[in-house]
Design a protein around this ligand. Sequence first.
Ligand SMILES: Cc1cc2nc3c(=O)[nH]c(=O)nc-3n(C[C@H](O)[C@H](O)[C@H](O)COP(=O)(O)OP(=O)(O)OC[C@H]3O[C@@H](n4cnc5c(N)ncnc54)[C@H](O)[C@@H]3O)c2cc1C
Length: 481
Amino acid sequence: MHKADVIIIGSEGAGARAALEVKRLGLEPMIVTKGMLGRCGATVTAGADINVDSKSIKDVLGLNGDVRDSKEKFFEDTVIGGRYLSNQKIVEEHVERIPQIVKEMVEWGLVVDTEPTQVAGHSYPRGVMTNGIKIMRVLANQIKKANIPVYEHFMAIDLVKKDGKVIGVVGLDLSTGEFIKIGAKAVILATGGGMQLYSYSTAPDELTGDGHAMAFRAGAEFVDAEMIQFMGGTFLSPPAWAGHSFPYCFGPDAGGLDVRMFDKFGHRFMEKVDPVNKEHVTRDVLARGIMNEVFEGNGSPAGGVYYSIKHLPDNLVDNWPAAKGHMVSEDFTFMGFSFKELVDKMKKGLAIEIAVASHFFCGGIRVNEKCVTCVPGLFAAGEVTGGTNGGNRLSGNALTQIFVQGDIAGESAAAYAKKSAFEDFPNEEIEQFRNRVMAPLEHDGVNAFEVRKELQKVAWDDICVIRSEDSLTSALAKIND
Ligand SMILES: Cc1cc2nc3c(=O)[nH]c(=O)nc-3n(C[C@H](O)[C@H](O)[C@H](O)COP(=O)(O)OP(=O)(O)OC[C@H]3O[C@@H](n4cnc5c(N)ncnc54)[C@H](O)[C@@H]3O)c2cc1C
């Protein structure tokens, strides 16, 4: 059986920082991941803005921050943006620790822009710009330097408990099909969100909420689990583009152009949602604005709304400011897709059809400000947790959250592991785990892929942005079927 002082499930932003912290504190961590280090999860896909209060951007990072900002103001904007549902002790750690973390990552070689960005919900420019590939390259280098073992293509399926404490993990080696047991003194969940619950998502395929499910079965509590962030401004079709966020990134929240959105009658519906800011609003307001129109029957034929840049001069579009950053090239290539032809058609007057896609889990496993769950031996960090963002996340706060919580979870798990010993796995339960892990590979009943598709459709139809008692009851009935 494999063993490590602390097992970290998830290798990306939160998991990598947690592992480095455990190692720094003198213990032996092991990372397990469904994908490959630096090539899976959401972190590597990020745009990416990392929020730091603007004063620290200037004073600590030496970039062009605005000294009128403060950690207190950043705290206040995060709590207001989260609709007052955030755990404020967690937000205190969030604003306090991030400047030194970004400073350290820059010292490790992370390249960032000198000009921070300011988007909806932030009183000052706080987005330190880089991209997810650069972030993960730097973190993966540190993991390699620290000689931290990374078990890739390992799908954790369940947490093993003894006398109420988590004592390890079981799962499947995806490259050999073997059932694997790993003993640990403490376990950190850093498995990201579960956005693949929905038919349309901006997030990678592997983000299926496995950590949430494992924690739930182990007895963890949840907070704000219904608060799912949808990004307003994503493609519905063609299939290869579905859920892709290029239109969003082209628009105002990402520091882009003054785009306009219309219902099927040509009404600029965001004017009635927010007469002052119109399309320049936080993600929760934009997503509700779009999906209300669809829900009311005012949407476009594909089930979205119209999105247009016809009112803008061609050369203004060509000089789109965001193209100079880390996200998109000057010829409108974004995440490996070229949108030049599409943008040319839009300049001539084509309104494209866009909708929303699941983007981020604001809620999740309940942790305190030390990333401790209610299950002894179990810690959690990053998007799998709830508490930082309450009812809505401001752009740039996810990366801040995952780095800060990665460090904190590493500290807490290391302190716990130092006082704990390895335990033998209970043989009978392990047999049950083995049966559960291997079941999808060994039986011929329902097709798991079909079930997944059906679940995604139920979620999209009934528990998406606009929900009602009827839609929730209908979803429950369909799931129980
Ligand atoms: C397209 C996109 C752009 C974004 N841009 C930004 C941005 O610019 N700024 C910002 O602040 N936020 C952004 N976000 C959000 C942010 O990227 C994520 O919230 C954050 O990266 C999550 O980090 P994490 O470490 O918690 O999880 P992830 O990076 O998602 O990593 C999850 C890890 O868990 C592993 N895993 C999952 N299940 C299992 C299992 N059963 N067994 C083993 N391993 C498992 C995965 O393989 C992966 O290694 C963006 C998100 C998306 C989708």
